[in-house]
Design a protein around this ligand. Sequence first.
Ligand SMILES: C[S@@+](CC[C@H](N)C(=O)[O-])C[C@H]1O[C@@H](n2cnc3c(N)ncnc32)[C@H](O)[C@@H]1O
Length: 234
Amino acid sequence: MRIDCVTIFPEMFAPMKASIMGRAQAKGIMEFNTVYLRDFAINDYGQVDDVPYGGEPGMVLRPEPLAKAIRSTGIKEDGGKVIYLTADGVPFTHKIAEELSKESHLVLVCGHYKGIDDRIRQTEVDMEISIGDFVVSGGELPAMVVTDAVVRLIDGALGHKESGETDSFAQGVLGWPVYTRPEEFEGKKVPEVLLSGHHKNISEWRRQESLKRTRERRPDIFEKLQLNTKFGDK
Ligand SMILES: C[S@@+](CC[C@H](N)C(=O)[O-])C[C@H]1O[C@@H](n2cnc3c(N)ncnc32)[C@H](O)[C@@H]1O
């Protein structure tokens, strides 16, 4: 998969070189590029923004540099998706991450200031994603969140594929509690069942803990669990 991020702050993407994202690139599972918006500026001063029509504080990213930057990636020819990260977009979920992990080319457009000229949203953007009901200063952090959540679902990205399959949301419920050595830490012991070596009991304990967590922390998800599914016999 190839991911291009259109941004005025390419240096913010340094974390993409680390950890699982760094390894995914080294293994050739993902190619990650930044597209510097100022390379498509309207003048020699590198201007890419302007004052909002109608008058209000803040600046808006102009449409011409954005259109050129997006088109420079060849995304339309590739049949990929252009995604604008925006607080008023569709809430990002595991299901969306799964769908996006099947694409071969994504362009992530990072807004700044008041956002981007709406005409770009109307003509160039295929999908708009929000990472939550709050506003951050730019689309770079949301773009990295989306990239990480998507790429870790691609075969070969994780050291152990099964590890991702039992994470929260992958099976429709929250994950179970995890423990490691030592067996006792400051008076608190690891649950006996995890030390038993009895795989069926461990599996049943994990299932119950997942359901308990989901019921307590995400009643909205718990209520929608289907009967007769692996996790649904509430
Ligand atoms: C300060 S915000 C602009 C907020 C915008 N005026 C609004 O009311 O939604 C600047 C940029 O950060 C990004 N952004 C902010 N919050 C976001 C969120 N929750 N999810 C995704 N992107 C977000 C968008 O790319 C946005 O253009």
